[in-house]
Write a protein that binds this ligand. Sequence first.
Ligand code: PEP
Ligand code: MG
Length: 579
Amino acid sequence: MNASKVFTGSVVSFGLVAAKALVVKSLELKISKESIAPSQVSTEVARLESAISSSVLELQEVRSHANAKMGAESAAIFEAHLLMLNDPELFEKTKEVIATQLVNTEFAFHQVSEEFIALFSSMDDEYMRERALDVRDISRRVLRHLLGVQEANLAHLPEEVILVAYDLTPSQTAVMDKNKVVGMVTEVGGKTSHTAIMANSLGIAALVGVNKITAEIQSGDQLAINGETGELYLHPDPEQLSDLMKRKDAYLQKRKILESLKGVPSTTPDGQQVHLLANIASDEELKFVLASDAEGIGLFRTEFLYMNRTSLPSEEEQFLVYRKVLQEMQGRPVTIRTIDIGGDKEIDYLNLPKELNPFLGVRAIRLCFKRPELFKTQLRALLRASVYGHLKIMFPMISSLEELLAAKAVVDEVKNALQSEGIPFAPNLPLGIMIEVPSAAIISDVLAQHVDFFSIGTNDLIQYTLAVDRLNQELQSLYSPFNLACLRLIELTIKNGKQHGIEVGMCGSVAGSEEMIPLLLGMGLDEFSMSARQILPARKVVTSTTKAFALEIAAKVLSMHSGQEIENYLRANSSLKMS
Ligand code: PEP
Ligand code: MG
């Protein structure tokens, strides 16, 4: 029997689970140049042939799977890849490089495919430019076969697993088999990385900042995650497993008690009503939202619709998703945020230039202004869907009045176009903005005069106010919602919003934090949007905190200077409430 070992990390999504490990290796394909003797040319060419035929077989399988699961349109991408792989030019050119330069197959194939990628990328036609990504895809596939690197297929898993990785990208998390992944453990990442956020929404246990796990854990090893202590057990012993089971039973008991809060209004004992809504990143999460008794959707992160594909989603495709979400929410408010691509959310096929500081770069609304066709397509889909429910549209990363006015002008332009085509849309569609850049919070009195609502995005507001990268595990102690500067900006935003008669909500992770809710209630927040499983615990806090006490808490906290003092006070207060 293997010796048991304990690692620790930070809990970013609660869960008490045991399953086998699936180690996801980062797929850095290292291509080295090696000289070969003329007598080795035929062996290298044979390796090329074999790697291409293995890739063809693999692609045929992926194509039929895609066809069965997602329909012919999705499968067409793989059809195109097969055609490219079978194109004799790629093969002949590589063969020529091997024979004339006397180099190994990996190097030759990489060189030839990079030439094709450069050629496609430089074309004027957008469709042809996008083909560069297809070449990159097939090139990686063939190189994997040449190098003997196995890629974990996260979309189809035969059994329950805990994913173990140095890091997981939002697009890997988006595509993984959500019924089979019960836990995720990474060496890096922060509480508000999108991978952590997604794990939370899906109820998957997740730990970050667990050192050296990819070196110490093998796929197939038995693991267990203790989401209460932040411990990861490798080859857990019977005692550890029985402790985990006991904790799980206690947790399930607590959840049962919370179930009695379903259908209860989110009102304080002295009559102040607020609204508790859910955040989603895809329509797959609707079932959790409906089961959670959320009063609506406070944030739909639409950028995930654009991931794990090789071209932009069409207007029709988007329209169908937005309509489905609105219909399933049956008249409850649904705030859909226009795309927030950039930062840690990369989309390969947009071929955007690499940036030194992507979180301070062409992100979100800034990208929409640079690619207006992309923005307009999304707005058309949203406006068309607006007649099927209670839609609210929200712009991310607004940092000035000019940006807001420019975004609204595009909405007007799209509305005019729809009107002239006789396509209906909701007449009084509310438009709002995220307050997640400090400049927006500071001028929230001005911005409030031009929108119907604010939603405070604390995940970014904290990182931009404190100059602390939200993904950097090393700096997590500095990334604090209790910092007085962040709290002052939140308070200012709420105050300015209310003074101008608009609703103020919050959809950053702070909104679901049990210790922060009384403070936010006291500051006058109207709407709290969080992951679905936080709704009932949040309702427990709201229904057991009087507005009068919340006001006292807010006054006291805002008079304190130290973040640590604020944190201690709110924590102590919260444990008193919950006991
Ligand atoms: C935020 O910044 O708080 C937010 C909700 O947006 P995201 O986490 O998607 O950046
Ligand atoms: Mg944000």
